[in-house]
Design a binder for this molecule. Structure first.
Ligand code: GTP
Length: 310
C-alpha cells in the first residue's frame, strides 16, 4: 500500500499568525525540524507562501504564510486585509501566536477580531516563548488568551503553551494541528520542501503536468527548470501577476515532439494545467511561459544533472 491510499492519512494547510516578533518563524522551523529558508523577496505579494512542510507517517502538514495584517488606513489597506481573510478561510487551521513574555494587547486584539470574521476556519491559540517566563506569569497569560477569545467571540479549539527554543510541547502542537486537518493524500512529494524555494515546487507542478498522459512513454525523461520567476512590474498591489519562465528538458527530439504535440496543442494544455496548479498553490494569477528543450542524455551527465537541479 502506498502512502497515498493509506486510510486515515491527513493533509492540509495551517497558518501561523500573530504580531511581529511573536515567534512564528521560529515555531515553523521547530516544527519542520530543519531550518526553513524561504527567502521570499516579495512580502505581501503572493497570498500564500509555503514556509515548510511537516512530513509524518500519518500526515502532511503544510505551513503557509499569509501577508501581514494592518490596521487599514486606506482603501488599499482594506483590500489587502480582505485578501488576508480570504486566505485564512482557505487554510484548515489558523494558529495565533501570543508571546508569553509580552502582555496580550491591542495588536493581538485587532488580529483576533479580524480572524473571528472567518467563522469556519479552526483557530488554535499558541502561547509562545514559554521558556522566558515563570509558571505564574504563564498561567495569567493563558487566562488572558482565553478572555480575549470570549471577548471577540473566538472559540479556541485549543490553547497550547510551547517553547520553540527548548522544544517543549512542539510535538504536541504538531499533533493538535494535524488532528484538525481533513483526511486526504499527501499534497507534496515526500521529502519535498524544507529549504526548497517556491521555484522547486513550481517546477514540480510543471513536471507533473508535462507527464500527464505520457508517463509510459516518458517515464523519467522530463526535467523542469524555472529560469525566472517574479512579479510583473507596474501592477496594482491588489492585482499581482506572477511571471514564470520555465524550460522543460527532454533527452531526445522524438520526446520533444511528444511533449509539444500536434501544432503545440499538448504543450498548451500542459501550460494551462500547470498554471492552474501554480495559481491554486500560490494564490496569485500566473503568466506561464514554457519552452521545450533537448538536453541530450541528461540523466547520465553529471554536469547536466547539476544544471537541472538534481
Ligand atoms: N526564548 C525564546 N525566544 C524565542 C522563541 N521563539 C522565538 N523567539 C525569539 O523571538 C524573536 C522573534 O521570533 P520570530 O520567530 O522571528 O518571530 P516572528 O513572529 O516570525 O516575527 P516577524 O517575522 O517579525 O513577524 C527571535 O529573536 C526569536 O529568537 C522561544 O520559544 N523562546
Amino acid at each position: 500500500m502506498t502512502e497515498t491510499d493509506q486510510p486515515g492519512f491527513r493533509s492540509g494547510f495551517a497558518s501561523f499568525v500573530g504580531r511581529p516578533n511573536a515567534g512564528k518563524s521560529t515555531l515553523t522551523n521547530a516544527l519542520v525540524g530543519t531550518k526553513v529558508a524561504i527567502t521570499s523577496s516579495r512580502p505581501q505579494t503572493t497570498r500564500t507562501v509555503v514556509r515548510g512542510i511537516v512530513h509524518r507517517p500519518d500526515a502532511q502538514l503544510v505551513l503557509v504564510d499569509t501577508p501581514g495584517l494592518h490596521r487599514p488606513r486606506t482603501l488599499l489597506g482594506e483590500r489587502l486585509n480582505d485578501l488576508v481573510t480570504t486566505t485564512w478561510a482557505e487554510v484548515d487551521v489558523v494558529a495565533v501566536c501570543f508571546p508569553a513574555d509580552e502582555k496580550v494587547g491591542p495588536g493581538d486584539r485587532f488580529i483576533v477580531n479580524e480572524l473571528a470574521k472567518v467563522r469556519r476556519t479552526t483557530k488554535i491559540a499558541v502561547a509562545t516563548k514559554t521558556d522566558l517566563v515563570e509558571p505564574d506569569r504563564l498561567g495569567q497569560h493563558l487566562l488572558d488568551i482565553q478572555a480575549l477569545g470570549e471577548e471577540t467571540g473566538t472559540d479556541w479549539a485549543e490553547i497550547v503553551p510551547v517553547s520553540a527554543k527548548s522544544g517543549d510541547q512542539v510535538a504536541l502542537l504538531a499533533d493538535l494541528l494535524v488532528a484538525r486537518l481533513p483526511e486526504g493524500p499527501p499534497l507534496y512529494p515526500d521529502g519535498e520542501l524544507t529549504d526548497a524555494p517556491e521555484e522547486a515546487i513550481v517546477a514540480e507542478l510543471i513536471r507533473e503536468a508535462a507527464l500527464e498522459g505520457v508517463r509510459d512513454e516518458l517515464p523519467h525523461s522530463i526535467a523542469v527548470v524555472v529560469e525566472e520567476m517574479g512579479l510583473r512590474e507596474g501592477r496594482p498591489e491588489d492585482k499581482p501577476l506572477l511571471d514564470i519562465h520555465a524550460n522543460v528538458f527532454v533527452e531526445r527530439s522524438s520526446q520533444k515532439g511528444i511533449v509539444i504535440g500536434h501544432k503545440g496543442s499538448r504543450l498548451r494544455q500542459v501550460g494551462t494545467d500547470a498554471r492552474k496548479g501554480i495559481e491554486a498553490m500560490l494564490g496569485t494569477p500566473v503568466y506561464l511561459d514554457l519552452h521545450v528543450k533537448i538536453a541530450k542524455d541528461w540523466q547520465r551527465d553529471p554536469k547536466q544533472l547539476r544544471r537541472l537541479g538534481f
